[in-house]
Write a protein of this length. Sequence first.
Length: 257
Amino acid sequence: MKIKVLGCYGGEVPGKYISGFLLGEDTLVDAGTIGLNLELKAQRKLRNILISHPHLDHICALPFLGGNVLSNKSESLKIVGAKFSLEAIKKYIMNGTVWPDFTKIKNQAGAPVFSYMPISYLKWVTIGKYKIKAIPVNHTVPTNGYLIGEGDSYMLYSGDTKTTEAIWQEGKKLGTKLKAIFVETSFPNERADLADKTGHLTPAVLEAQLKKIGDKAKPKIFIYHIKPEYQQQVEKELKKIKGFDLTLVKQGNTYTI
Ligand SMILES: [Zn+2]
Ligand SMILES: [Zn+2]
């Protein structure tokens, strides 16, 4: 599986963009960043977008994508997620007031530009060439991470979360097929209170989460969603975590698992 990092930060400053990950050529995981890091031709190849939750830093590139794929001669681009996330996007963002409702605008093949595909928690579904399972995590609004598989390789994507259980247990069940974990870490340890209130991880709490996977799988750990103002401090604290193969996600990089 190939994962290209379009954006990976928990806030925006010049050159640092918010969460968006491209799987292969046609699937996105979260949509904080699309057009800032993906050429028009590549945007037009997108077919499925998995959303973890409707916070703006995970969906805000969707409206502009809609306006860039009007000439697609293809079926609708599917926005995939829990009902709560899709309803929020429909009601508050692409509602015909803040932005056009792209499920009512046709592309050049006559299909709606976007369609919404609600999925249930804890059930495997096939989306394009990927096997997907949405698993609820613990944030300030209903949020889910994903297990995503291609062939025999699986990755776990945490979404925004603080300490949580189900996704770690589901990841552990995959055993050695679990090759990578993309997990958020937003705040340094000294802001543990704020992290807990806002539903995010600190390096210390991350370490406790990673131990829940057990020692059989040994996946690579990729850290994203660091708040730019705390980046140095968080990175310093992450370096102290021992016993895991830990990488700070680099924007623009493509990782193969
Ligand atoms: Zn969030
Ligand atoms: Zn976020």
